[in-house]
Design a protein around this ligand. Structure first.
Ligand SMILES: Nc1ncnc2c1ncn2[C@@H]1O[C@H](COP(=O)(O)OP(=O)(O)OP(=O)(O)O)[C@@H](O)[C@H]1O
Ligand SMILES: [Mg+2]
Length: 253
């Protein structure tokens, strides 16, 4: 269980996060959703331990980790640009972290991940030979061999297109279920957040506008901001598709 208690962050006089409180049961997938600049990455970095909160506490499995340094938290992040090593092949990237922690995953466990992420055919390839979706899967595998206690993903799907996006989404869900791994995903796309997560945190300029299941958010948006932000985007998509069937010209989003 991950608990955030009244997390706030200020840069100088600018308040970036204001009193974020929530708890996430083990194994759940939670999206942090909001517009550019609303504080998503800052919140992820505070949980990771890369950034210090100005106020508030972080509790993980009953332990107060607010002041525990990043490397001792046992969390791991996949950055938006994947940050893979270009001079190593896919396999060498995947097992890179095991150099200093050879007992963290067994050979069989590495094998299982390679199968789960469908990377068998690409192990000998250099990073520049891989597609975006393949790079994303290598980045995921590289993180997962380290057996993180919490998986953090910053915009993991935004560089991918339609079908690939769906397949990575499915894999992230399978991994969270298989390993009972609590997973936090930053995204600015409501459709993505609502379809991948057990729960969604909607940030409005550093404030939690709503924290709930996708159904709750769609059926009972907490305020006008949520209604406009979520529903307007989904409705525009639906209306455009509907118009295609009735031979009207789709409106621009
Ligand atoms: N190190 C910093 N010093 C000062 N201000 C910062 C710093 N890091 C972030 N900010 C400010 O905090 C706010 C939130 O930034 P953050 O990166 O968390 O947004 P975000 O929601 O991830 O946006 P995006 O979707 O564009 O990635 C922004 O206004 C940003 O300018
Ligand atoms: Mg960001």
């Amino acid at each position: 269980m991950l608990e955030l208690q009244n997390i706030s962050k200020q840069y100088g006089r600018r308040i970036v996060l204001r009193g974020i409180t929530l708890s996430i049961p083990k194994g759940e997938i939670v999206s942090i959703l909001g517009r550019s600049g609303c504080g998503k990455t800052t919140l992820l970095n505070i949980i990771l331990g890369l950034t210090e909160a100005t106020d508030g506490r972080i509790i993980f499995d009953g332990e107060d980790i607010t002041r525990v340094p990043m490397e001792k938290r046992g969390f791991n992040i996949v950055f938006q640009d994947y940050a893979l090593f270009p001079n190593l092949n896919a396999y060498e990237n995947i097992v890179y972290g095991l150099r200093n922690n050879p007992t963290r995953s067994t050979r069989e466990e590495v094998d299982e991940l390679i199968n789960l992420l469908d990377l068998r055919a690409h192990l000998g390839e250099r990073i520049h030979q891989l597609s975006g979706g393949q790079k994303q899967r290598v980045a995921l595998a590289r993180t997962l061999v380290m057996k993180p206690r919490l998986l953090l993903l910053d915009e993991p799907l935004s560089a991918l297109d339609g079908i690939i996006k769906e397949s990575i989404k499915e894999r992230i869900r399978t991994i969270a279920r298989t390993f009972k791994l609590t997973t936090l995903i930053v995204t600015h796309d409501p459709e993505e957040a609502l379809t991948i997560s057990d729960r969604v945190l909607i940030l409005n300029d550093g404030v939690a506008a709503q924290f709930g299941t996708p159904q709750e958010i769609i059926r009972r948006p907490a305020d006008d901001f949520v209604r406009r932000f979520i529903l307007s985007q989904l409705e525009v998509k639906r209306a455009n598709i509907g118009r295609l069937f009735s031979n009207e010209t789709p409106s621009r989003t």
